[in-house]
Design a protein around this ligand. Structure first.
Ligand code: N01
Length: 482
């Protein structure tokens, strides 16, 4: 399997964001040092490297938004800002930086049945052979720019929140922001503080809760456990209407009433969908920013963009020199974008197009032996830290590697019927959930309204389901003696 221009490793990890670094750190800690991380960018951090918009921060407490093996000693605020999170990730990666290859974008990968390994080539022509391939490329990394007529004619500066242009000064400018999701809620107060005018184009308002507490807790481990269970207590709110959903709804309304005295503005900012249908946001500064001078919330749909501003459907033209797209990401089938060819010559994307997006526990896909997805289908969370899910996956992947080797096998591939049962179970449990019944559209649902993003129910249930690999769920391949 070795030749001069093919680098052979036991585990090849694609992506150096939270998931990929977590996988690498876990292998490193276990003494499995024969791994390499391929990262297309010039540094670690993934979405936390790319999103540098003013105000970018974690919207859940940092004691939870950190790995269990590295809870972070120096968080300066309860919800760390992006530079601090990026610094944290760099710190985690410091121990194995020599095993991260930057500027290495995967051009193609295929399963070599005879050699029982993945053969991967990068854009630059570098070639690798790996027994295991871990795909940790994330879902929130391709900005979604809406097709608005005239967008290309805009004469000012226009950029997406995930590609912030720090060369553009906002002070004294007229700024238009499109979108009112998690990114907008963080960037809008920063823009409002500097711009002469801010026009916020809102299609759907979000439910927003208070941000709670500014200081990081002193007893980190205890706070981590407390925050975890506090978040888990919200799970019933996502299953359907009931006392937990009503309590959250009342709290969000109270927050809105306290912060927005003007009834007309309050009406505009009151969502019509059930709480939880879209991601629940947390902010103490967003509503006050919208009540400030020079800030206007525009709810009339955008008709077109013109060189000097935005025109709404009622014919009103609002001038703008800077246009910020806070319009989210192209999420659907994100992991399938990597050109990976499985055992039978079929790519992951083709499989998902033909059979629907499905993976056993969001991790293993039939037809693609020794391939593991991190942050795969239906492993996102609407109520708690996704890092809990990622760590569950990392443990499972490590367990799978140990199990296959103990069994004296070269490869494992999930059985199609196991994958289908896993998928059907998740979809059945999602059927009445707020994401599809709550009266909203969101990136959680694909074009056909199917939720391939979220795990239904408690995250500890996922931890339980992934606690051990059952080899009965997999076909094992033994290499023939040569
Ligand atoms: O994107 P979004 P985001 N005309 O898709 C609007 C994570 N995150 O970047 O709701 C007008 O949520 C769209 O309107 P509507 C987090 O997981 C985490 O804010 O579709 N408006 C919506 O308001 C989050 O869920 C943190 O009607 C248009 C907005 O753009 C995910 O990233 C921080 C439009 C898009 O909202 C995405 O959040 C930030 C159009 N043509 C983000 N097209 C943390 O703190 C779209 N919109 C961890």
């Amino acid at each position: 399997m070795t030749s001069d221009d093919v680098r052979t490793v036991r585990v090849l990890i694609v992506g150096a964001g939270f998931a990929g670094l977590g996988m690498a750190a876990a292998l490193d800690r276990a003494g499995d040092r024969d791994f390499l991380v391929l990262e297309q960018g010039a540094g670690v951090g993934g979405t936390w490297r790319d999103n540098t918009y003013p105000g970018c921060a974690c919207d859940i407490p940092s004691v939870q938004y950190s790995y269990s093996f590295a809870p972070g000693d120096g968080w300066t605020t309860a919800r760390a800002a992006q530079p601090e999170i990026l610094g944290y990730l760099r710190g985690v990666a410091a121990g194995f930086r020599d095993r991260i290859s930057f500027g290495a974008r995967v051009a193609e990968g295929h399963w070599d049945e005879a050699g029982a390994c993945w053969r991967v080539t990068t854009d630059g022509g570098r070639r690798y052979a790996a027994r295991y391939l871990v795909v940790a490329t994330g879902a929130l990394n391709v900005p979604r720019l809406p097709r608005i007529p005239g967008a290309e004619t805009f004469a000012g500066s226009a950029f997406h929140t995930a590609a912030w242009d720090h060369g553009v000064a906002l002070d004294g400018k007229r700024v238009a922001v499109i979108g009112t999701g998690a990114s907008a809620v963080q960037v809008v107060p920063e823009i409002a503080a500097r711009a002469a005018e801010l026009h916020l184009y809102q299609r759907t308002p979000a439910w927003i809760l208070p941000a709670r507490g500014a200081r990081p807790p002193r007893l980190r481990r205890l706070a981590r456990t407390a925050e975890y269970w506090r978040a888990e207590a919200r799970v019933p709110a996502f299953a359907g209407p009931g006392p937990v959903a009503s309590a959250l709804h009342r709290r969000a309304l109270r927050h809105l009433r306290r912060q927005v005295p003007d009834p007309a503005l309050r009406r505009m900012l009151t969502p019509q969908h059930r709480i939880g249908c879209k991601r629940i946001l947390h902010s103490d500064s967003y509503f006050p920013a919208l009540t400030g001078r020079g800030v206007e919330v525009v709810t009339t749909p955008i008709d077109r963009i013109v060189p000097d501003g935005v025109v709404t459907a009622d014919g009103t033209r609002r001038a703008a020199e800077v246009l910020v797209y806070a319009t989210g990401f192209r999420v659907a089938g994100a992991l399938g974008r990597l050109p990976l060819v499985g055992r039978d010559g079929v790519t992951l994307q083709q499989r998902w197009q033909e059979r629907g997006v499905r993976a056993h526990l969001g991790i293993a896909v039939a037809g693609l032996p020794n391939l593991f997805l991190l942050s795969g289908p239906n492993t996102g969370l609407g109520h708690n830290s996704v890092l809990f899910m990622i760590e569950s996956q990392i443990r499972y992947v490590q367990d799978a590697m140990v199990a296959v080797e103990r069994a004296g096998a070269a490869a494992l591939e999930v059985r199609e019927r196991v994958q289908d049962a896993s998928h059907d179970d998740v979809q059945r449990r999602l059927s009445g959930a707020v994401w599809s019944t709550g009266g909203c559209a969101s990136w959680y649902l694909d074009g056909r309204g199917v939720n391939h993003a979220l795990w239904p129910g408690s995250s500890w249930r996922y931890r339980w389901r992934t606690r051990r690999v059952s080899l009965a769920d997999y076909h094992l391949t033994h290499l023939l003696p040569r």
